[in-house]
Design a protein around this ligand. Structure first.
Ligand SMILES: Cc1ncc(COP(=O)(O)O)c(C=O)c1O
Length: 424
């Protein structure tokens, strides 16, 4: 009998049988067939330490012996308290309050609700809509679907069910653009704000790297410009660092490239090193203190059952320790050098007629093609070379674990290039 497991994003008629994973160590996982695969995307970008990291596994075991779970409603515990303090220490100055939840999508829901209530409590109850960017992806819950790219995103079928928000064009200037080169992108953002700021509570963005909506990269100048526009129009700036956080763009957080502080920042994925689902929505004191008041409406009415789960907080603390003690930012910069030289720097790949662009940021490398059909066999070709790689749409990308060795990074890059070499 086929498995009753319903797989995500799968076309039920054409989906291939899912390989069965029986274990994982380091950068690789093993299938029940004995096949060992090098994971080029570290399980949707969250397993930043790879699989079976002894320190992370021990942290979970030790915590499990003490306290697996307790509600955060009216109670607290050391792992939640310590993790919140660590996140305040590591994130940009000014983010001083931490609201935990269980996934990136819920972390974003919390951010949006917080933004609307913040304005309501300040007497601006007309500010109930979000401003998001084309090519955005913020998650699959209803609130998040409504702020994903409404045309090319995967949720267009739900138009009519979802609330309507405002969208600005996705930024076009690349990472290395000058301040002058981002002016057109910022002018487009300004134009939406000028027209609709009276009803906009927050500008949401995946800073520097719009991930699942097409791996679009932009410049730190764009982030600085967005910060200034939000201040001018009394709109909160929300950074969704679910994918970019914890080193993916080459600094601890994408916000660090621009030296700015958003009003609200959402973290998940790498937060626990991928070992348990969890998220944190951080807010500045200005946002937080707006919720201090006498009316019943001042309470923030949100409380996922598993928020602040001790196992998740404890493994997140260990993940951060390993990250700092083992100089992960140094490892990421090393991976970046290999990707820059051997992927982005490969002229024959860039000049291949099927290839529209090759770009790299931090530990992220992307090949964008003109037509998705050019990537039809990319995953199979990679697998035949021992690499687990999945393309989506017109993008073939790697976001490897930060412990990936030089040799493994080359194996991944070769697997990414293979569809173009084989076809040449
Ligand atoms: C930028 C961004 N935000 C939010 C999410 C949603 O996170 P989750 O899948 O944990 O709900 C994702 C997931 O890929 C993401 O990339």
């Amino acid at each position: 009998m086929p498995s009753p497991v319903w797989h995500p994003y799968a076309h039920l008629k054409t989906q291939a049988a899912a390989p069965r994973v029986v274990g994982g160590r380091g950068t690789r996982f093993t299938l029940d067939t004995g096949e060992s695969l090098l994971d080029a995307t570290c399980s949707w970008w969250c397993m930043i330490h790879g699989y079976g990291h002894p320190r992370l596994v021990d942290a979970i075991k030790q915590q499990a012996d003490t306290l697996c779970h307790v509600m955060l409603g009216g109670l607290t515990h050391d792992p939640a308290d310590q993790l919140a303090r660590e996140l305040v220490r590591l994130t940009p100055d000014g983010l001083e309050h931490v609201f935990f939840s269980d996934s990136g999508s819920v972390g974003m829901e919390v951010a949006m609700k917080m933004a609307v209530q913040y304005h309501h409590l300040r007497g601006h109850s007309g500010k109930r809509r979000m401003l998001s960017l084309m090519k955005a992806y913020h998650g699959d819950t209803a609130g998040c679907m409504a702020v994903c790219d409404p045309e090319e995103g995967m949720h267009s079928l739900f138009a009519g069910y979802l609330p309507e928000h405002h969208f600005a064009p996705a930024p076009k200037a690349p990472y290395g653009a000058t301040a002058q080169q981002v002016e057109a992108d910022l002018a487009a953002l300004r134009s939406v704000l000028e027209q609709h700021h009276h009803e906009i509570a927050a500008l949401l963005m995946e800073p520097l790297l719009q991930a699942a909506g097409g791996l679009n990269m932009t410049s730190p100048h764009y982030l600085r410009g967005a910060r200034a526009l939000c201040d001018e129009f009394d709109v909160l700036l929300v950074f969704d660092e679910v994918a970019t956080g914890f080193g993916r763009t080459g600094k601890m957080f994408a916000a660090d490239h621009a030296d700015i502080t958003p009003d609200i920042m959402v973290l998940s994925k790498g937060l626990t090193g991928g070992y348990l689902g969890h998220a944190a929505t951080l807010a500045t004191t200005r946002v937080h203190n707006t919720f201090i008041g006498d009316s019943q409406l001042h309470a923030f009415m949100h409380g996922p059952t598993f928020m602040g789960n001790p196992l998740a907080c404890r493994v997140a603390l260990e993940s951060l320790r390993v990250f700092e003690e083992e100089d992960y930012l140094g490892k990421i910069s090393h991976l970046n050098a290999i990707l820059t030289r051997e992927l982005a720097g490969d002229d024959s790949l860039r000049q291949h007629p099927a290839v529209a662009d090759v770009r790299v940021l931090g530990a992220t490398g992307v090949i964008e093609v003109y037509d998705a059909s050019s990537l039809a066999h990319a995953a199979d070709i990679a697998r035949s070379r021992g690499v687990w790689l999945r393309s989506f749409g017109r993008w073939l990308y790697t976001m490897p674990a930060y412990i990936t060795s030089d040799e493994e990074m080359r194996q991944i890059i070769d697997a990414m290039k293979a569809p173009f070499l084989d076809a040449a």
